[in-house]
Design a protein around this ligand. Structure first.
Ligand SMILES: [Zn+2]
Length: 266
C-alpha cells in the first residue's frame, strides 16, 4: 500500500485504531481526578483539555468549594473587607508567617478604602470579588445580579490594579444555572468554601481557631471575615496551628488555576 492509499483509507474510516502508528495511540492521556470528586466537577482534575483556539468555546461556568490536596495545600480566604482596623491586623499576621491568602472584597468597601485595598494586593495576596453591596444574589433579577458582579469587578480592579478571577456569592446564595453564565461572561469562576468557623457570629477566639483547625484537611478552602475584631485576634494562632500540622498555604488560583485559563502555579 502506498502512503497516498493509506491516507485515503484513513480518511474513509476503513482502518481500525490498530492501523494507526503506536506513536499516535500512545498520545492520548486520561485526566486524573482526585477520588470523591462529583461527575462534572473539575476541581480535582490535574489535567485539563486545552480549548480550541478558534471560536469562543461554549464553556460551562466553573464552580469549586475545595482544591486538590496534593502537597498538603489549603487556602485561607477573607470576605467582606477591606475593613480599616481589622484588615491591617490580618495582613500583619499573614506577613509574619509569610502566608499568602485570598481576599474576597466587597466593591463598596474597596471604593471607600482604596488605599487599604491596594495594600492587600501589594502584599501579594489574591484579590477576588464578593459583589458590590453584598446582597443574596439568588434573590436578584439577572440585570441586578449582573450589575452587582460587574460594579464590584470594576471598582476592585481600579483600586487594586488586579482583576479578580473568582466570585464568592454572599451567603453562598447563588442560582447556579441562571446566574452562572453571568459570572462566566465576566471571566469569574464561582468559589464557595469547605471550612466555615462561623466567625461572623463571634463565637470567641478559641472557638474560631478550634473549629478551623479540627475541620481542615488537604484541599480545604477556609472561610474567614476581615470584618470582625475576633477574627483578627484568632488569625495568628490559627495560622500557627495549621503550619504545625504541615499545611501549605496557597492563593486560590494557586491550586485551582484561573477559572477559564491555563493552570498557574503560585
Ligand atoms: Zn460576605
Amino acid at each position: 500500500m502506498t502512503r497516498a492509499e493509506f491516507l485515503k483509507l484513513i480518511a474513509a474510516g476503513a482502518l481500525g485504531v490498530g492501523a494507526w502508528p503506536r506513536l499516535v495511540t500512545r498520545g492520548f492521556a486520561r485526566p486524573l481526578t482526585v477520588s470523591g470528586a462529583a461527575p462534572g466537577d473539575t476541581t480535582g482534575q490535574l489535567w485539563q483539555p486545552v480549548p480550541p483556539l478558534s471560536a469562543e468555546p461554549p464553556s460551562p461556568t466553573r464552580f469549586a468549594s475545595s482544591g486538590p490536596g496534593l502537597g498538603n495545600r489549603i487556602a485561607i480566604t477573607f470576605d467582606d473587607g477591606p475593613t480599616p482596623g481589622v484588615t491591617e491586623k490580618v495582613l500583619r499576621e499573614l506577613d509574619r508567617r509569610n502566608v499568602s491568602a485570598t481576599f474576597f472584597m466587597i466593591g463598596r468597601n474597596a471604593e471607600r478604602y482604596p488605599g487599604l485595598a491596594r495594600e492587600v494586593a501589594d502584599a501579594g495576596h489574591e484579590i477576588a470579588n464578593h459583589t458590590h453591596t453584598h446582597p443574596p444574589l439568588s434573590a436578584l433579577s439577572p440585570a441586578r445580579a449582573s450589575h452587582e458582579m460587574r460594579q464590584a469587578q470594576d471598582v476592585i480592579t481600579t483600586a487594586t490594579g488586579r482583576a479578580p478571577k473568582w466570585l464568592r456569592p454572599p451567603y453562598g446564595a447563588f442560582h447556579r444555572e441562571a446566574q452562572g453564565p453571568l459570572a462566566r461572561s465576566l471571566g469569574l469562576g464561582v468559589l464557595y468554601w469547605s471550612v466555615d468557623p462561623r466567625d461572623w457570629a463571634r463565637p470567641g477566639v478559641n472557638q474560631i481557631i478550634n473549629r478551623v483547625v479540627s475541620a481542615t484537611v488537604p484541599g480545604s478552602i477556609i472561610l474567614n471575615h476581615d470584618l470582625h475584631a475576633q477574627t483578627a485576634q484568632a488569625v495568628g494562632a490559627m495560622l500557627d496551628r495549621l503550619l504545625e500540622k504541615d499545611f501549605n498555604f496557597t492563593r486560590v488560583s494557586g491550586f485551582l488555576g484561573e477559572p477559564y485559563g491555563p493552570y498557574q502555579a503560585g
